[in-house]
Design a protein around this ligand. Structure first.
Ligand SMILES: [Zn+2]
Length: 236
């Protein structure tokens, strides 16, 4: 089994230019389960059974067991009696997560304004344009949104920050709904992404950080509204 390093890994640098995790070559039981949680195949509260996972992913039970232990250690799974279930974030954890996300994403935008290459800025602009076609498709837009934010993280050219943001986004896999399914939020999101990219393109770190923090704040506000309107709502 190939193990993907998931700790901050400050002392285990990868060679320059090598992808941080290549899904095709490094996909192990851990990342398969994590991805299944991230795309909503398993939702908070769902029970994870070793034998079923082994069958679904065509992996033997030992790596599945190890992956489950690791996910439990990382608080992505919790115990319900003898069963392991996908953890859910309570209101306080959600608020705490957004505070950290806002600060780190703001920093990424600030650094991207300083360090992004012309090609990276062009790619960000293309992403914003292409994502306009997805405003009425919340699930597709949610995936595109993750790619967009990841691209900003990379454009910060700070690998320690990228690692910290990966940790934050791993916890965000525990959110069963996407705030992008809220009426009007898709269109608003694209306009906010556009403002972030233009601030980065202008090399204005303050404006880029502000635009990204505003964006995260609006996303959080939308999530709170969603939760207040229908607490039991699942991804649609
Ligand atoms: Zn976004």
């Amino acid at each position: 089994m190939v193990v993907i390093e998931d700790d901050p890994g400050f002392f285990r640098m990868r060679p320059k230019g090598k992808a941080m995790s290549d899904p095709k070559t490094l996909k192990d039981a851990y990342s398969l389960i994590l991805e299944a949680i991230d795309v909503g195949i398993y939702k908070p509260g769902d029970r994870l059974v070793e034998s079923e996972l082994a069958e679904r992913f065509g992996v033997s039970r030992t790596p599945i067991r190890e992956a489950l232990q690791r996910l439990e250690t990382q608080s992505l799974l919790s115990r319900d009696g003898r069963s392991l279930i996908v953890a859910s974030l309570d209101h306080n954890q959600l608020a705490e997560l957004y505070v950290v996300r806002s600060a780190l994403e703001g920093l990424a935008a600030r650094l991207a304004a300083r360090h992004a290459t012309e090609e990276e800025v062009r790619l960000l602009r293309i992403m914003v344009q292409e994502d306009r076609a997805l405003v009425e498709k919340p699930q597709a837009l949610s995936r595109a949104n993750k790619r967009f934010h990841k691209q900003i993280h990379l454009a910060s050219h700070n690998r320690y920050l990228v690692q910290q943001l990966d940790l934050v986004h791993r916890s965000m896999a525990l959110l069963a709904t996407t705030s992008l399914s809220f009426a009007g939020r898709g269109r608003q999101t694209i306009e906010e992404h556009d403002a972030i990219v233009e601030a980065i393109a202008a090399g204005d770190g303050d404006a880029a950080a502000r635009a990204l923090k505003d964006h995260i704040s609006r996303a959080f506000e939308t999530r709170l509204r969603q939760d207040s309107m229908s607490p039991e709502r699942q991804s649609i």
